[in-house]
Design a protein. Structure first.
Length: 561
C-alpha cells in the first residue's frame, strides 16, 4: 500500500480540544489522553469513519497520548472476519498505528458476563420473558411512560438461575433477555429497562460456539472503554442520548468512567453513509462489491485513486462540529485534485479518436518528442513520446463549422499538438454517410516544441497519440453513484441511483502506459486524473479508473464564500 505511518497529525482547533486542554490543566486524568476508534465489524469503513479515525488518532498523537483500535464485535449475526481484515487495512492505509493496542469486545465476554451477574445480585437486572415486539410495546413513547414488565420483580435468586440457564442454552433463541432495571417512566427511552443480553445461537468469528448469549452494544461499549482506561470517548451525536445509560452502568458496577464527548457525523451529498444501505447496494449488486470505486467506502476510494493524504486533508478541512450538517462532495474532490496535481505523472490519452494524416511529414519517419512528466515538480523529469505521420486526436477537438469561441482544429485553422508541432487542417475526409473519418493536415517543421519563429500565435493546444505506437486500453469513467443531492429523500433510496455512474470505453494510450502497475496514478491531460485498477488489471492490460475530472467546482464555490 502507498501509505506511510503518520507520526504527526494535527487537528484544527475545536471544542473537543478545548475540553481536553482544560482536563490537562486540571490534571483530571493525571495528564493522560487516551482515545480509541471502536468500529463494529459489520461492514466496510466509509469516509465518515475516516473522519473519526483522523480525529481519534490525531488527538492522541497531538497530545502525546494513545489511541486503541477496538472491534465492538458483540453481534455475531452481522460480523465477519472479512470486515475485521478490511478495517485493519483501512486504518493502516490512512497512516495511523495502534501499536500493540488492538482489542476486541469479545476479549471481555467473560468479564461482561460477570458484570451482568453483579447487576442481578444488586437487584439492578432481571430476566424478562417478553418477546422483542412486546418489549417495544411496553416501552411506551416519547409522550407516554412505559409499562413494567410482568417479570420485573423476579427474585434475585430466580434471575441468577434463569440467566445461568440462558448461558447454558436451555431456552430458545429470542425467548428471554436480561434487562437492566432502571426507570420505565424515564423521559429518555434508553433508560427504560434496556436489554443488556439476548440469546443468539450464532457462530462468533473469534469465540466460535462458546457463547449462546451475547451482550448488547450499549452494555459492551461503555464497559470496554472503562476497562481500557480511555480518557476521552469521542462519539457521534446519535450516542448523546445513550450517555446517561453508559454512566448508569459504570456507576452501578463501580467502574472507572471515561468522559464521553459527542460530535457531528460526516454527511456528504450525492451519497449514503448508512452501513445497512451500503450493504443493500452490495448484496443486490447495484455495485461491484464494497470496494466499488463509486462507493464512499475507504476501500472504494482507494481503488478509485484517492490517496491517504487527500482524505486526511479533507478530514482536517471539514473540522469538528457540534451539530449535523451536509458537506459538499466537491470539497472531497478538491482535496484529491490538490494532491494528485503534485504527484501524478502526466500522460496523453485519446478517448474518442479521430485520425489525422500529416501529409508533408516524411513517410516512415519516427521521432521522439520530449514531454514534461509533471509541471508542478521538475524532479519528475521528461519522457519520450513517439511522433509519426499519423496521429489520433480527440474527435471533439475538431469542428467543421466552429462557433466563434472554438479555438481548436477546424478547416484552414492552425493548432499546436501538445509538445510537438503546429498543424493546419487542409481537408476533411468523410464516409458515404457523411461521417468524418479522417483529417488531412500539414505541419510546420520549424515549430517543434515551441512557438513559431515568425512569432505567429495559436490559442489551441490539443493532445494526441501516434497511430503506430499507441495501445488500446479500457477506461472506466466514474461519476456520482446517485443523481440526487440527498438520495434518502426518496422512499427507496436506490431509485436515485445514477444510471450513468459508470461508462466504459476503449481509449488510445501513450506507449509507456501499457506497463502501468495497479495503483499507479496519472493525469490524462485535458481529461482527468486516473488510477490503474487494482482489482481487474493484469500485466500488459491495465484498466484505468477515473478518480476525478479536472474541473474543480469547489474552487469556484470557495471563491464565492
Amino acid at each position: 500500500m502507498e501509505s506511510e505511518k503518520i507520526t504527526e497529525f494535527k487537528t484544527p482547533p475545536n471544542f473537543i480540544k478545548n475540553i481536553i486542554n482544560e482536563d490537562l490543566r486540571t490534571n483530571k486524568y493525571g495528564g493522560r489522553v487516551h482515545t480509541r476508534f471502536p468500529p463494529e465489524p459489520n461492514g466496510y469503513l466509509h469516509i465518515g469513519h475516516a473522519k473519526s479515525i483522523c480525529l481519534n488518532f490525531g488527538i492522541a498523537q497531538e497530545y502525546g497520548g494513545k489511541c486503541n483500535l477496538r472491534f465492538d464485535d458483540s453481534n455475531p449475526t452481522k460480523e465477519k472476519t472479512e470486515y475485521v481484515d478490511s478495517i485493519i487495512e483501512d486504518v493502516r492505509w490512512l497512516g495511523f498505528d495502534w501499536e500493540d493496542r488492538l482489542y476486541y469486545a469479545s476479549d471481555y465476554f467473560d468479564k461482561l458476563y460477570e458484570f451482568a451477574v453483579q447487576l442481578i445480585k444488586k437487584g439492578k437486572a432481571y430476566v424478562c420473558d417478553l418477546s422483542p415486539d412486546e418489549i417495544r410495546r411496553y416501552r411506551g413513547t416519547l409522550t407516554e411512560p412505559g409499562i413494567d414488565s410482568p417479570y420485573r420483580n423476579r427474585s434475585i435468586e430466580e434471575n441468577l438461575e434463569l440467566f445461568e440457564q440462558m448461558k447454558q442454552g436451555k431456552f430458545p433463541e429470542g425467548s428471554r433477555t436480561l434487562r437492566a432495571k432502571i426507570d420505565m417512566a424515564s423521559p429518555n427511552l434508553n433508560m427504560r429497562d434496556p436489554v443488556i443480553y439476548r440469546i443468539l445461537y450464532a457462530y462468533h468469528h473469534r469465540t466460535g460456539n462458546k457463547w449462546c448469549i451475547y451482550p448488547m452494544y450499549d452494555f459492551t461499549h461503555c464497559i470496554s472503554d472503562s476497562l481500557e482506561g480511555i480518557t476521552h470517548s469521542l462519539c457521534t451525536l446519535e450516542f448523546e442520548d445513550h450517555r446517561p445509560l453508559y454512566d448508569w452502568f459504570l456507576i452501578e458496577l463501580g467502574l472507572y468512567r471515561p468522559q464521553q464527548i459527542e460530535f457531528a457525523r460526516l454527511n456528504l451529498n450525492y451519497t449514503v453513509m448508512s452501513k445497512r444501505k451500503l450493504l443493500k447496494l452490495v448484496e443486490e449488486k447495484f455495485v461491484d462489491g464494497w470496494d466499488d470505486p463509486r462507493m464512499p467506502t475507504i476501500s472504494g476510494l482507494r481503488r478509485r485513486g484517492y490517496t491517504p493524504r487527500s482524505i486526511r486533508n479533507f478530514a482536517e478541512r471539514i473540522g469538528v462540529a457540534k451539530s449535523d450538517n451536509v458537506v459538499d462532495i466537491s470539497l472531497l474532490e478538491y482535496c484529491i485534485r490538490e494532491d494528485l496535481n503534485k504527484i501524478a505523472h502526466r500522460a496523453m490519452v485519446v478517448l474518442n479518436p479521430l485520425k489525422v494524416v500529416i501529409e508533408n511529414y516524411p513517410e516512415g519517419q519516427i521521432e521522439e518528442i520530449d514531454a514534461v512528466n509533471n509541471p508542478e515538480d521538475p524532479s519528475y523529469g521528461t519522457r519520450k513520446v513517439p511522433f509519426s505521420r499519423e496521429v489520433y486526436i480527440e474527435r471533439e477537438d475538431f469542428m467543421e463549422d466552429p462557433p466563434k469561441n472554438f479555438y481548436r482544429l477546424a478547416p484552414g485553422r492552425e493548432v499546436r499538438l501538445r509538445y510537438a508541432y503546429l498543424i493546419k487542417c487542409k481537408e476533411v475526409i468523410k464516409d458515404d454517410d457523411g461521417n468524418i473519418i479522417e483529417l488531412r493536415c500539414t505541419y510546420d517543421p520549424l515549430t517543434k516544441g515551441g512557438s513559431a519563429p515568425d512569432g505567429r500565435k495559436v490559442k489551441g493546444i490539443i493532445h494526441w497519440v501516434s497511430v503506430k505506437h499507441c495501445y488500446d486500453a479500457e477506461l472506466r469513467l466514474y461519476d456520482h453513484l446517485f443523481n440526487k443531492e440527498n438520495p434518502e429523500e426518496e422512499q427507496d433510496f436506490t431509485m436515485a441511483i445514477n444510471p450513468n455512474s459508470l461508462k466504459i470505453l476503449n481509449a488510445k494510450i501513450e506507449p509507456f502506459l501499457i506497463n502501468a502497475k495497479p495503483g499507479e496514478k496519472f493525469q490524462f491531460e485535458r481529461i482527468g486524473y486516473f488510477c490503474v485498477d487494482t482489482k481487474y488489471s493484469s500485466p500488459g492490460k491495465p484498466i484505468f479508473n477515473r478518480t476525478v475530472t479536472l474541473k474543480d467546482t469547489w474552487a469556484k464555490i470557495k471563491d464565492k464564500l
